[in-house]
Structure formats: C-alpha cells, structure tokens
Design a protein around this ligand. Structure first.
Ligand code: ATP
Ligand code: MG
Length: 392
C-alpha cells in the first residue's frame, strides 16, 4: 500500500500576498530534509504539503519524524493512497485504519471531496466508511462531537487519501522568514533553548561563543559546537563565531573591583556580539537570560548590560522558570549535553559578592579603568568561525 505524508501549516496561511513566499520556503525546508531519507517528491496543493517517496528504499518513518521538526508545520499525518472508487477506499480503510484505532474508544469519519465529480457526496462517504470501520473494529463506537480519532477520507484529483491520527508538528514559522539573529551560545541549558525558541519564530541563527583559553578547555568548546549541532536539527546550518575573552578577563582581574567582574564582562560580551551581529547581517542578539536567575540577571543588572549596546536583545527565556527551560531542553534533546561538566568563561574569576543592584554610573567608573574600545578590537581580532551543517 502506498503511503504519503501530509503537512498542514498554520499562521503562514494568514500572510496574504506573502503566502506563496512562505509556502515555497516551507517546501524548501522540507526538501533539505528529504536527502537523508531517500528520494521524495515534495509538492503542495490546497494548503497542504505532500511528501511522497519516489523510490521503494526510502525511509518513510524517518522522513515522517523529520517533517515534524520543520518550523511552520502545525500538524503532520500519514495517509494511504488508493483509487478513487468507494470499493478501493473501503478496502484501504479495512487494511490501514485498524492499527490507528487500537487504543481508541470512539471515532468519527470526516470526508472531503475536492473532486465534485465523485458520485458520492461527503455525507454519503462518511456514512459508508463509518460502516466499514464499525465492521472491522467492533469495539469502537461513533462520537461525532469528541471522538478519540478522526478517520479522514479525501477525494482529490489524482486519487483518494485515507488517514487517521494527526500528529503535532513543530509549529512556528519557517526559519529565515523573520530575519537573522546572533545567539550568544554558552555551554549551559538556557542559551540553546533561547536559540530554538527564536528559530521557531522564523529567525535564522548565527552564534557567537566566548572562550577563555586556557582557563576554559578545548572540550568546553567542543561541547558548545555539539549543542549548536543539536539546535541545527531545527534551526538549519549555523555559523558559530568563536572569540577569546582571555585578555579582557585578565585585565579586569588586575584593574577593576571584583564585585563588578561579571557585569563588566557581560558588557564586553554584548559589545563584541553587537559588532559580530552587524558584520554578519544579524538584526538582534539572542541570550538565554531569565529575570532573577543569577546576580547578573536581576532587572538592574540586565539594564546595565543592555546599556552597552544599541541593537535589540531578545531573551525568550526571560519569564520562564528554570524547570520550564529544562523541559524544553529535554524536548529538543540538548539537556544531556548541556549538563556535561564544563567551564564557561563566566564561571572563571567569579566575584564572591556580585552586585545585584548595580548603578550604571558606578559600573562606568570601573569600565573606564581599562581601554574598552581597544580591548574589544583586540578580542575581535581573535575571532574564527566554525561552520555547523545541519544533520536532520
Ligand atoms: P545558559 O544560560 O546557556 O544555561 P548560564 O546559565 O551559565 O548558561 P549565564 O552565565 O547566566 O548563563 O549567561 C547568561 C547568557 O549569556 C547565556 O544564556 C548566554 O546567552 C550568554 N553567555 C554566557 N556565557 C557565554 C559564553 N561563554 N559565550 C556566549 N554566550 C554566553
Ligand atoms: Mg542561564
């Protein structure tokens, strides 16, 4: 029996004149993912994207899971394809549907007839197919209001589709439909989640990671690249720019009041990130900060950090509890990597009594003890780029 994958998209349907642009983007995103699973045709009709294997060796199940990770797709179902006559449709229902109904107590049939030349109308198809389902699954009953499973029959131009069971897609909008942002990617739990959340809203990601070699290790950097690889499964290819903060941190320790180390370091990070963003066409910075999570994430500390830059800073985790962030990181498979032991440049030279309610004027007094611009330029001189290719 021939199966096909049907993808429904959500918000992009509302985009009026831009609709075709979004649909093409979605098809492109899906096509990129087909390569790993064999040969598939991807096409769209009537607000649905169809994915159809074009050779017998294609990994249909793998492709189905991959389709569920494409941002912009709200639901994915699989359907059996058959000839457009009621006998063939009934046979297909008998062979294909019982597996989907094994756990269900109730069902209903929804029939749709785009081909109006089909001799039965939707009501008649529903009635006929409802009878077939009751015959082959004797324990189930009809519930037209709140069924456990909806059995769908669609009569299209080239054939009929029979399906049951709709699975949730990744939601959001196609990556690249909302510009590009620069993710400040550490090895922790929060920043990969932040990247995922913005990618979900259609933002293409580029990343910057700050290292502090030899205070941070090669392994810590590898871990960050692994995290980028995991985020790339959803977000697509990611360029990761790596910048050394070693000299800046050494200068801070030598010349500035310890209580301000983290805040000063964060202002350097943001300033460097802003320059990297502008050089690479990114319209915003993205961080994993959450209000009140640590001393450098109180409202006042975030204010001092933001005052260093002149570019929007997106913090999608800002209102989430740690536990909620952890939940998302488990769902996107970054958690286990994030909790591997590592050093981060923020965790070397940490002050014992960080300022939780810093005043910008006092921070600036500390900052002026060093040649800020020169240190920023010097750090930018250490930048090199790793290219992470998405493995779907
Ligand atoms: P994460 O937030 O990723 O779990 P964390 O909790 O250790 O790591 P903080 O040290 O509080 O994060 O930093 C807050 C945010 O600053 C991070 O979410 C990340 O966006 C950014 N950041 C921290 N360290 C780095 C780094 N070494 N390179 C790039 N960005 C960083
Ligand atoms: Mg954090």
């Amino acid at each position: 029996m021939k199966e096909i994958i049907l993808c429904k998209y959500g918000e992009i349907v509302l985009k009026g004149a831009n609709r075709k642009y979004f649909e093409d983007m979605l098809c492109r995103e899906i096509r990129k993912r087909t390569k790993a699973y064999g040969s598939f045709d991807v096409y769209r009709a009537q607000s649905t994207i169809y994915i159809e294997a074009s050779d017998d060796g294609a990994d249909f199940d793998g492709m189905f899971d991959a389709a569920r990770k494409v941002f912009g797709i709200v639901s994915v179902s699989r359907a059996a394809v058959c000839d457009k006559n009621i006998d063939a449709i009934s046979d297909t229902v008998r062979n294909y549907i019982p597996d989907y109904l094994s756990e269900a107590k109730t069902f209903k049939v929804e029939a749709k007839r785009s081909d109006k030349t089909f001799p039965l109308d939707s009501m008649e198809i529903s009635r006929e197919i409802g009878g077939v389902v009751l015959e082959c699954c004797p324990k189930i009953s009809v519930d037209v209001h709140k069924p456990d499973v909806v059995v769908k029959v669609e009569i299209r131009e080239f054939g009929a589709y029979v399906s049951a069971g709709v699975f949730k897609g990744a939601g959001g909008m196609p990556v690249g439909s909302n510009g590009k942002g620069l993710l400040l990617l550490s090895g922790g739990i929060d920043s990969p989640v932040a990247g995922y959340m913005l990618a979900k809203r259609g933002v293409k990601l580029e990343a910057v990671h700050f290292e502090s070699f030899p205070y941070t290790s090669e392994r810590a950097k590898e871990k960050v690249l692994d995290l980028a690889r995991l985020v790339a499964v959803y977000a697509g290819d990611i360029k990761v720019h790596i910048v050394s903060l070693t000299h800046i941190q050494e200068e801070l320790v030598k010349h500035c009041d310890e209580d301000y180390f983290t805040l000063l370091l964060r202002r350097y990070m943001m300033t460097i990130a802003e320059k990297v963003a502008r050089d690479n066409g990114c319209g915003a910075l993205i961080t994993g900060e959450s209000v009140g999570q640590v001393a450098s994430q109180t409202m006042q500390a975030l204010g001092v950090t933001d005052a260093a830059v002149n570019i929007p800073v997106f913090r999608p985790c800002i209102g989430l509890d740690k536990e909620e962030i952890v939940q998302i990181s488990r769902q996107i498979n970054t958690f286990e990597t994030s909790i591997l032991p590592y050093e981060d440049c923020c965790t070397v030279f940490t002050p014992k009594h960080p300022k939780t309610r810093p005043e910008l004027t006092k921070v600036l007094v500390q900052e002026q003890k060093l040649n800020f611009d020169e240190l920023v330029e010097e750090a930018l001189g250490t930048l090199y780029t790793e290219y992470i290719t998405a493995e779907y």
